[in-house]
Design a protein around this ligand. Structure first.
Ligand SMILES: C[S@@+](CC[C@H](N)C(=O)[O-])C[C@H]1O[C@@H](n2cnc3c(N)ncnc32)[C@H](O)[C@@H]1O
Length: 350
């Protein structure tokens, strides 16, 4: 009982990979005296690309220390001084948390577990599965905030633009407001929403995490101008519109924010496709003369309007949008190839 030897199977795939790195045609492994050494050198090569945890066979902590000492003399000194050699973790040392991890941490530490990014297909075909709500230990709270994927889209906007005054119309529990504050750390973020509970929560989380955010109880369009005058120091240069999802409300929110925005402001609209607001978007674009597009590759079908932008940002936006004709043709192909088959078998059996 309990004496059955337990083989150490860790790193098995890596050993296999190391074995593949050897030219078996040219060199018969089993005939070599230094077979373990040869294997270790292949493992060391892989370790330099992707650190491998120690195991009980060839890739021991000593083998790791030796491999690391070969490229890092300080590791050799630590080894000579008898310091316990450590396998490198598969992360950069001192690597900062990403916006996404910070955002999750902010909500989790407040007792709100984000529920986001799920596939509709994994959630009983529920159309809202990708969007963000929170589990508070008792039930689900919140109001379909930006999906995980859309938050990741926002995170990388921080590479291309550097706004100073951000306006959010439709704050809910602050998920996208705080995401914007983390993405644009030099900006002041003003968020409007009639819901007092969400506004208080957002301000509390912002304060605890030293984020430059002011959430205010108010509604677009009436509160936009006075709130911006009171809380922002410069013309708005980034706007997120995610409040009432009708064509008319979308236009009202856009024109109210355009009055307080700079000419090069960047506007992001949530839910344009999912809430059938494409017409409203097109008429805003025509009336404003701004550049823009619908981000057909985002879960809600977000859209953007903007003044002049860098070619790099234009390329980034290209990654999230399609040529409309190609998209339509693709949909038709998909429908013929897959959707048509759903009942094909049953009908063929009639
Ligand atoms: C879909 S939720 C916003 C989600 C949020 N952007 C996020 O990512 O978590 C819509 C919000 O708009 C708010 N709202 C409704 N009418 C509004 C108005 N006229 N002005 C500002 N906010 C409004 C609602 O109270 C609700 O919280």
């Amino acid at each position: 009982m309990g004496r059955t030897p337990r083989p150490d199977l860790s790193n098995l795939e890596t050993y296999f990979e190391a074995g593949l790195g050897h030219d078996h045609e040219a060199d018969e492994l089993l005939g070599r005296q230094d077979y373990p050494r040869l294997y270790r050198s292949q493992l060391a090569r892989l370790h330099r690309v992707r650190p491998i945890q120690a195991d009980q066979r060839l890739w021991t902590v000593e083998a790791i220390a030796e491999a690391e000492a070969a490229v890092d003399p300080s590791a050799a000194q630590r080894l000579a001084a008898g310091a316990a050699p450590k396998a490198k973790r598969n992360t950069k040392r001192n690597s900062p948390m990403t916006m996404l991890t910070k955002l999750h941490e902010i909500y989790r530490s407040a007792g709100l577990q984000p529920l986001t990014g799920h596939s509709t297909k994994h959630m009983h075909d529920w159309a809202d599965a990708p969007f963000t709500r929170f589990y508070n230990g008792e039930g689900i709270v919140g109001c379909a905030g930006l999906s995980l994927f859309e938050i990741m889209f926002v995170e990388h906007l921080g590479t291309y633009i550097d706004p100073r005054s951000v306006l959010v119309i439709g704050n809910a529990h602050g998920w996208s407001t705080l995401a914007l504050a983390l993405t644009f750390p030099k900006a002041k973020i003003l968020a409007l929403d009639p819901d007092q509970v969400g506004v208080e929560l957002t301000n509390e989380l912002a304060r605890k995490n030293k984020l430059s955010v002011e959430a205010v109880v108010g509604t677009s369009p009436d509160s936009v101008k006075p709130a911006c005058a009171e809380h922002l120091n410069s013309a708005v240069d980034f706007v997120l519109i995610d409040a009432i999802h009708t064509n008319d409300a979308l236009k009202t929110d856009f024109f109210a924010s355009a009055e307080v925005a700079s000419k090069d402001a960047f506007y992001l609209f949530h839910d344009v496709i999912n809430w059938k607001m494409v017409d409203g978007f097109k008429s805003m674009q025509a009336a404003s003369g701004l550049g823009g597009r619908i981000l057909t590759r985002t879960p809600s079908g977000m859209a953007v309007l903007h003044g002049e932008i860098s070619s790099e940002l234009a390329q980034y936006l290209d990654c999230f949008s399609d040529n409309p004709q190609l998209l339509m043709a693709y949909r038709t192909m998909v429908q013929q190839a897959f959707a048509g088959d759903v009942f094909g078998e049953a009908l063929a059996a009639l």
